[in-house]
Design a protein around this ligand. Structure first.
Ligand SMILES: [Zn+2]
Length: 299
C-alpha cells in the first residue's frame, strides 16, 4: 500500500470525552440542564461502538467521563474499566469553568471524582474540563485539581478560540506549577504550527472538518519531526450520525453536525495509521508519571 503512512514507533494518547449529544457547550443555550433527564440518551450505545472499535485494534484508551453520566449509567464506567481502559474525569455538569466560582468548581469536581472512584474502586488520576475551559481566567482551577488529588490534567488548548484556549501555552506534555505552587502534569490538546499559526489538530470537530489526509499529515509530523506523542480526543456522539437534531445557531450546528457520517471510518483509518494507548501510559513513557499498574498495559 504505497500511500500508507508507516506506523510510527511513538505511542499516542487516545481519549474519549464521555457525554451525550445534548450536553455539549454548543447547545448549552438551547437545552437547559434541567431538561437533560428528558432527552433520549444515546451515550451508552455510542460508547459501546467505540469500545468495540478499540478492541479490534487492541488499543487501550482514556475515557474522561462526565459525572452526570456516570451517576446515571454506572455500567458504562464499569464496562470501560473492565476492558482495561483508563477511567478519568470530565467534571460533573459540563459547565464552563470560567463561568463558575472556585467553590462551585471544587464541589462538583470532588463529587464527580468520588462517583467514578466508587464505581471502579480505584483512583482517578486524570481530569479534562468541559470545552477545555481552563484559560487565563480560570488558572485557579489547576490548584483545585491538584488539591482534589488529580495528578494530571488535559484541558489546556494552546490556541486562540472564542470559547477556550491559552494562545502561546506550552504544546508538549510537561510538569506545571499551579498558581499556589502545587505540581501537576499537563497534556495539552495537540496543535501543529504552520506559517507561525497554531492549528488545532487533536480531534473532535477539527478531525471532522479537515480531510483525513491533512489530519494524518499533521499528526504524523508531531510524531516524526517533533518526536512527540499527540493526544487525540473524540466524543461518543461523533460516531452517531442518526442522533436527534437540536435547533441552534448556524455555527453551533456546523460545529456539532459537520461530517458526523464520515467520522467512524476516519477514526478506523487513524487507528490503523498510528499507535495508541492511555494517557497514563503515554505520560509514564515520558517519565512524567509513574508506570501504572493493574490492568492497564501498554498497547
Ligand atoms: Zn465535553
Amino acid at each position: 500500500m504505497a500511500n500508507k503512512v508507516m506506523k510510527n514507533t511513538i505511542t499516542n494518547a487516545l481519549t474519549v470525552d464521555v457525554e451525550d449529544y445534548f450536553q455539549v457547550s454548543a447547545f448549552a443555550n438551547n437545552i437547559d440542564r434541567a431538561e437533560w433527564e428528558n432527552c433520549e440518551s444515546r451515550v451508552e450505545a455510542n460508547n459501546r461502538k467505540l469500545l468495540e472499535l478499540f478492541d479490534r485494534f487492541d488499543y487501550k484508551a482514556t475515557f474522561f467521563v462526565l459525572g452526570w453520566v456516570a451517576e446515571r449509567y454506572p455500567h458504562i464506567v464499569k464496562a470501560i474499566h473492565e476492558k482495561g481502559h483508563e477511567v478519568a474525569c470530565h467534571g460533573y455538569s459540563h459547565q464552563l469553568i470560567y463561568n463558575q466560582t472556585p467553590e462551585e468548581f471544587a464541589a462538583e469536581t470532588v463529587k464527580a471524582k468520588k462517583i467514578l472512584e466508587d464505581i471502579i474502586q480505584g483512583p482517578v488520576l486524570g481530569y479534562r474540563a468541559a470545552s477545555y475551559s481552563i484559560t487565563q481566567k480560570s488558572l485557579w482551577a489547576l490548584d483545585i485539581l491538584a488539591e482534589s488529588g488529580f495528578t494530571y490534567d488535559s484541558s489546556i488548548f494552546p490556541v486562540r478560540h472564542d470559547r477556550y484556549g491559552i494562545p502561546g501555552a506550552e504544546e508538549k506534555p510537561h510538569h506545571l506549577t499551579t498558581p499556589s505552587g502545587h505540581s501537576l502534569v499537563e497534556f495539552p490538546i495537540s496543535t501543529k504550527s504552520y506559517l507561525g499559526y497554531r492549528l488545532p489538530v487533536g480531534g473532535g470537530g477539527y478531525f471532522r472538518i479537515y480531510p483525513y489526509a491533512f489530519s494524518r499529515m499533521a499528526l504524523n509530523s508531531i510524531n516524526k519531526h517533533q518526536r512527540q506523542p499527540f493526544i487525540f480526543y473524540l466524543h461518543p456522539w461523533e460516531v452517531d450520525p442518526d442522533q436527534p437534531r437540536i435547533e441552534s445557531s448556524w455555527l453551533s450546528r456546523f460545529r456539532h453536525y459537520n461530517n458526523l457520517d464520515k467520522c467512524e471510518a476516519r477514526l478506523t483509518k487513524l487507528l490503523t495509521d498510528f499507535r495508541f494507548s492511555t494517557v497514563q501510559n503515554v505520560l509514564s513513557d515520558l517519565d512524567l508519571l509513574q508506570k501504572p499498574h493493574g490492568k492497564i498495559v501498554a498497547a
